[in-house]
Ligand binder design. Structure first.
Ligand code: DAH
Length: 341
């Protein structure tokens, strides 16, 4: 009977060493160690033997069982590592192959100009605020001292959406929103998209971008406006840049001015960008009209302020030499690629 046990063990060893799949392994486990397995069956036959013999064979049978368990574990580990190796081979990566290139984007020139303006004004302590593009007529016009039938409304051919609401024609209504929400001191800039019912050509678009500035506080004077905008011009276009202020008219500022900078392209002698004048007109500005302060609940006898507004496209066209405003909206990769950082 000892031979039988030896045979069982030998057979088990051979089959377990040869096993190559999990299903067979499991079948072998059942065959040798299962409730109705070979070893159990063997032990069942010992009942009729005498006690000493039974003990002896029982001990050996247990040793065989332990050995079979060990062989099973060994086979299991072997199968596992075979599986792992196969998987590694499957997912092998050839690191010497050239990588797939993927296209990256570049910041849009309008974004670049906006970011530069924002960082200049932030360095002077201004906060960036935004307002809605769908705006109340009241904020876009009335409270900015542009009542119905005021001729200035003619310059702002507007997209009305419903009675009393339009796509904002400039960023100036955010002046109103800011002053209604916050008491002085105020120093904000407002970048944003604006809309006018203009026919599209090389210098006009129905959708464009502006940046507004507003400062309100005690004793704010025209000298503050001039100093601020001169500093801005130098940081924006270079240390040697000069500014020129000429009288202008806007309903929401008094006095109002138009600001020009020395041509950032030719720096003076004249070129197509400055139409051979040496100057490029860039923004409207002025001292906030006292009526506008009053409209927003700010006492004009205590506070004064200045404001300015400019077209981002105009600045971008000037500094980058873009001759047609439509280029900014066509997203032609050949244009955008020229603005790699
Ligand atoms: N909102 C004016 C426009 O769209 C630009 C402007 C002029 C804004 C003078 C101002 C300002 O804040 O003071 O034409």
């Amino acid at each position: 009977m000892k031979d039988t046990l030896q045979k069982i063990l030998e057979e088990a060893r051979q089959s377990l060493q040869a096993v190559t799949d999990e299903k067979t392994l499991e079948e072998l486990r059942v065959k040798y160690l299962g409730k109705k397995g070979v070893i159990k069956e063997f032990l069942g036959q010992l009942g009729s033997l005498e006690i000493e013999m039974r003990k002896e064979l029982g001990r050996i049978a247990n040793e065989v069982k332990d050995e079979v368990e060990r062989l099973l574990e060994e086979a299991e580990n072997r199968l596992k590592s075979l599986k792992r190796e196969a998987k590694l081979k499957e997912g092998v990566v050839d690191i010497s192959l050239p990588v797939k290139s993927f296209p990256v984007g570049y910041p849009h020139p309008l974004t670049l100009v906006t970011q530069k303006m924002v960082s200049i004004f932030q360095s002077m302590g201004y906060t960036v605020v935004e307002g809605p593009e769908l705006e109340k007529e009241e904020y876009n016009f009335d409270m900015l001292n542009i009542p119905k039938h005021h001729p200035a409304r003619d310059d702002h051919d507007s997209f009305y959406v419903i009675e009393g609401w339009l796509m904002r024609t400039h960023t100036s209504p955010v002046q109103i929103r800011t002053m209604l929400a916050k008491k002085p001191p105020i120093a904000v800039i407002v970048p944003g998209r604006c809309y006018r019912r203009d026919a599209v050509d090389a210098t006009h678009s129905h959708t464009f971008h502006q940046m507004e500035g507003l400062v309100v506080g005690e004793n704010i004077s025209f000298a503050d406006l001039k100093g601020t905008l001169l500093l801005w011009a130098k940081l924006m276009f270079g240390e040697n840049t000069q500014i020129r202020l000429r009288p202008d008219y806007f309903p929401f500022t008094e006095p109002s001015a138009e600001l020009a900078v020395t041509c950032p392209v030719c720096h003076g002698p004249g070129c197509p960008v400055c139409k051979h004048t040496g100057w490029v007109e860039l923004m409207g500005c002025g001292m906030v009209e006292p009526t506008v302060l009053k409209n927003c609940g700010i006492d004009p006898s205590k506070y004064s302020g200045f404001a300015f507004g400019l077209g981002i496209e105009r600045v971008a066209m000037t500094v980058y030499g873009v001759k047609d405003i439509r280029h900014f909206y066509e997203n032609d990769i050949r244009l955008l690629e020229q603005f790699r950082a």
